[in-house]
Design a protein around this ligand. Structure first.
Ligand SMILES: Cc1cc2nc3c(=O)[nH]c(=O)nc-3n(C[C@H](O)[C@H](O)[C@H](O)COP(=O)(O)OP(=O)(O)OC[C@H]3O[C@@H](n4cnc5c(N)ncnc54)[C@H](O)[C@@H]3O)c2cc1C
Length: 485
């Protein structure tokens, strides 16, 4: 079949079928069909699901979105997610509701199905259940090798591989080998697989810990949560204050000035509407610009000394989660402690039983634990990634680490910047990325409102590139771009 320009289909591979990959595929299919360009999209991910990824695969209905339903739409229509969910729940879901994350994965998969069916006959989608392990440039296109042995030739590829594996470096080898260590709390089947009659240690006290505590606290069990700072995330207000009027981008250029500005605005918001949160929320559209205006040294200083403060206030828990966590703290079912656990604080027996020496005020050994769950968060630095795809991209110079190695260095549209210029004339390999792999460049890049905008921008860039290679305009140096499917 050919498109309205008489071409055979271009091929685009999207690696990763979490929220970001799903949004990119939908945007690509929309854009290609609007342009009358014939494109086949391969969506590659070993997961049996599409749209869920790490965040939305939890089946526990107590694990809630930490962004209200009214801000989680996958389309330009802000009410799209709420309407979809209201139709399925048989009730009107409010824009300020924090709904179960499991519902959101189903919504994304549904929206992709609609985009694929609307894009026919120009766009088509194929779901490939495999893991991409390598990328090689080939005459301006790319070849992706999959773990199962297949090779996908693509005119462009988008790496939507999301969160790198969680950091486990803090856990001593004996603990990791004990069978009681849960390296990834979002692995399917966790926390249901943890024996119900034993106490549990959660290492980390952020949003993941709060969700795990919700699943694990039960009568007769103590859940200990330890982090070096012992701070819990702030909560969203049960009845949010009215948003502040949009403010122009603040002109500050130093970390000290930025800190002063945030504190001033928070104090003013507290005076005017009784709540500091609207001040932080009003800064959100400008966070990337503010981050980019800081020097590299000041960004480093922020990461070293202000990161915790920012995360606690910016990534807040839903009111319902907050109430449950407070309740568990009140009954002693959950105990949050401040301290740095070292290898000597874990005692692992030959049979794999694990006990932990807790910091003050308990300052004693626990009984045998049902599990030690790693809630310290995912690795952000690509230079530390074990993933062969990430390592291969860096080793081949197809990508270079972004600022502070937080993800890859990217052009404004998300295209990977190579470590060195490609040999001979031509552009770098047609590879894009989005979401948390752009953190060093953008800082504010991990939540759906940002990912959706990035997905649309990538689709526009990819379709523009492919369209520029239609036969009439194709350059003699790039004959690879219109291979038949
Ligand atoms: C627990 C949790 C809760 C969150 N809650 C919210 C929320 O309520 N609202 C919000 O806006 N944001 C939330 N976020 C932020 C979240 O980052 C984004 O919303 C979004 O889910 C990120 O999706 P992603 O596709 O980039 O990454 P991921 O969800 O990590 O998906 C990446 C996918 O890529 C696949 N993959 C990785 N490597 C390969 C490979 N080599 N080959 C093939 N496939 C590969 C993985 O299997 C995975 O399915 C949450 C994040 C977490 C961790």
């Amino acid at each position: 079949m050919s498109d309205r320009h008489g071409e055979t289909a271009f091929r685009v591979t999207v690696v990763g079928a979490g929220a970001a990959g799903t949004l990119v595929c939908a945007a690509l299919l929309n854009e290609a069909s609007a342009d009358g360009l014939r494109v086949r999209v391969d969506l590659v991910d070993p997961s049996p699901d599409t749209g869920r990824g790490v965040a939305y695969r939890t089946p526990d209905p107590r694990h809630l979105l930490n962004v209200p339903a009214g801000r989680m739409s996958a389309t330009d229509d802000a009410d799209d997610f709420r309407r979809w969910l209201s139709a399925r729940e048989g009730r009107a879901v409010g824009p300020g509701e924090y709904v179960p994350r499991a519902r959101y994965g189903g919504y994304l998969a549904d929206r992709l199905r609609s985009a694929a069916s609307d894009a026919a006959p120009y766009g088509s989608l194929r779901r490939v259940h495999d893991r991409a392990e390598g990328v090689r440039p080939r005459d301006g296109a790319v070849r992706l090798s999959l773990r199962g042995g297949a090779v996908l030739e693509s005119d462009a590829a988008v790496l939507a591989i999301g969160h790198l594996a969680p950091r486990t470096g803090w856990a001593p080898p004996a603990l990791r080998a004990s069978g009681r260590f849960v390296a990834d709390p979002w692995w399917p089947g966790v926390p249901a697989s943890i024996p119900g009659d034993r106490d549990v240690l959660l290492v980390g006290t952020g949003l993941t810990m709060c969700d795990m505590a919700r699943s694990l606290v039960r009568p007769g069990r103590t859940v200990y949560a330890v982090s070096t700072h012992g701070l819990l995330p702030a909560a969203h207000a049960p009845a949010p204050a009215a948003p502040l009027a949009p403010c122009p981008p603040p002109e500050v250029r130093s970390l000290a000035a930025l800190e002063r500005l945030v504190m001033l605005r928070a104090a003013r918001a507290r005076r005017v509407c009784g709540d500091w949160r609207p001040a932080l929320d009003a800064l959100r559209p400008h966070t990337t610009a503010l981050w980019q205006r800081l020097s590299a040294a000041e960004q480093r200083e922020f990461l070293r000394t202000r990161l915790r403060w920012w995360e606690v206030h910016r990534h807040r828990m839903p009111p319902d989660t907050h109430a449950a966590v407070r309740g568990a703290l009140g009954t002693g079912g959950l105990r949050v402690l401040r301290g740095a656990l070292s290898a000597e604080d874990f005692r692992v027996t030959a049979s794999g039983e694990v006990r932990v020496r807790l910091p003050a005020p308990y300052a004693g050994w626990t009984g045998p634990l049902g599990a030690v769950v790693n809630c310290t968060g995912t690795e952000g630095r690509v230079t530390e990634a074990a993933d062969p795809l990430v390592r291969g991209l860096l080793a081949a110079g197809l990508a270079r680490p972004g600022p502070h190695a937080l993800g890859f260095d990217t052009a404004p549209d998300g295209r990977l910047l190579p470590a060195f210029p490609p040999p001979g004339p031509g552009d770098p390999a047609p590879l894009w990325t989005l979401g948390s792999l752009r953190r060093g460049n953008l800082w504010e890049t991990t939540a759906i409102p940002e990912i959706r905008v990035q997905a649309n921008r990538i689709a526009t860039a990819v379709v523009a590139l492919l369209a520029s290679h239609r036969p009439a305009e194709r350059q003699p140096t790039t004959p690879y771009l219109a291979q038949p499917v």
